[in-house]
Design a protein around this ligand. Structure first.
Ligand SMILES: C[S@@+](CC[C@H](N)C(=O)[O-])C[C@H]1O[C@@H](n2cnc3c(N)ncnc32)[C@H](O)[C@@H]1O
Length: 312
């Protein structure tokens, strides 16, 4: 699984969870650096098929290059993984045997300073995973109403200084358009009281996460998408999802719980009358998290959680 730029998170656990065999049809909805894809391809060959999706054209280009030896087995799709129903229909694919979604940003996206994802590298405010999308961080920061910014920072960043940061952004942009990650980072630092800035992670971390989630619509439609993946699975097929923050993990957990136990009957009914049958088995009741060794080798794995369901 040699990967230079992006070390796949919870690699062994994810590959193991998918119970891969030659000839299987698997979706990697978040190809990124192609680490998980490579592991899948090595195990479904010969004869298997990988539908490799990413909304970042650079990721698709990189995987085309890096996975050349498996070229004939991969269907590359530049799209949002949430469009899985349309992607499968457009390519005449009925059921799939498994799928993996490794959410969030890749190390490539973070390390390529000019993409504007990182508060540690100065660049134009961008943060778009899909370079063809219209909404960028510059628009969010300069054009969203102050109260909307407060909501986003509070909801998506769980930032306790959301209102103050939004106020400082509004004041700064009234003077001059905010154009770079460094300008934004400085505004955030000015907004957070010095004592609070000394504790915890980098002061810009939560705000950058919140804006990135908004720019890329990361949470919108995620629950429905997970249901669509389960719908597309063959009986016994598995869906493995890796998340990196509590908001995403909550959606995954709640959606899996609903698919496991969709019954809407009042708790005191002796038998179910709503007729909603369980669609999945919960392979993981508690999420799998990285062990000490992985954390030592890959700090990016710190907040990762893997949840797996199996279609009945
Ligand atoms: C954490 S990385 C995946 C890394 C990959 N598993 C590997 O082993 O290299 C996440 C990737 O998913 C892509 N991505 C995130 N959300 C997406 C979405 N809704 N649709 C398609 N791709 C998405 C990002 O562009 C990024 O390349």
């Amino acid at each position: 699984m040699a990967q230079s730029g992006h070390v796949p998170v919870l690699y062994e656990e994810t590959i193991h969870a998918l119970r891969l065999e030659s000839g299987k049809t698997i979706v990697d909805g978040t190809m990124g650096g192609g680490g998980h894809s490579r592991g899948i391809l090595e195990r479904i060959s010969p004869g298997g098929k990988l539908i490799g999706i990413d909304k970042d054209t650079a990721a698709i280009r990189r995987c085309r290059q890096g996975l050349k030896e498996f070229e004939s087995q991969i269907l590359f799709v530049h799209d949002d993984f949430k469009n899985i129903r349309e992607i499968l229909a457009a390519n005449g694919i009925g059921k799939i045997d498994g799928a993996v979604l490794d959410l969030g940003v890749s190390s490539y996206q973070l390390n390529e300073g000019e993409r504007g994802f990182s508060y540690q590298q100065d660049a134009a405010l961008d943060m778009r995973m899909n370079q063809e999308s219209a909404l960028s961080a510059k628009t969010v920061v300069n054009e969203y109403p102050q109260n909307e910014l407060t909501r986003i920072l509070r909801e998506y960043g769980e930032e306790r200084w959301a209102a103050r940061i939004a106020k400082f952004i509004a004041e700064a942009r009234a003077q001059k358009e905010i154009e770079t990650t460094e300008e934004l980072t400085q505004i955030i630092k000015n907004a957070i009281p010095a004592a609070a800035r000394r504790e915890g992670p980098h002061p810009a971390k939560r705000t950058f996460q919140a804006i990135r989630i908004e720019v890329n619509g990361e949470l919108a439609g995620l629950g429905q998408a997970l249901e669509d993946y389960v719908q597309a699975l063959t009986s016994g097929g598995r869906l493995a999802v890796i998340t990196f923050h509590s908001l995403e993990d909550r959606i995954v957990k709640q959606t899996f719980k609903k698919l496991f136990d969709p019954c809407e009957c009042p708790k005191d009914f002796p038998v179910c009358v709503c007729g909603k049958a369980s669609q999945v088995k919960l392979v993981t009741r508690k999420p799998i998290i990285p062990g000490e060794e992985e954390l030592g080798n890959n700090p990016r794995a710190r907040s990762a959680k893997l949840r797996i369901v199996e279609k009945r």
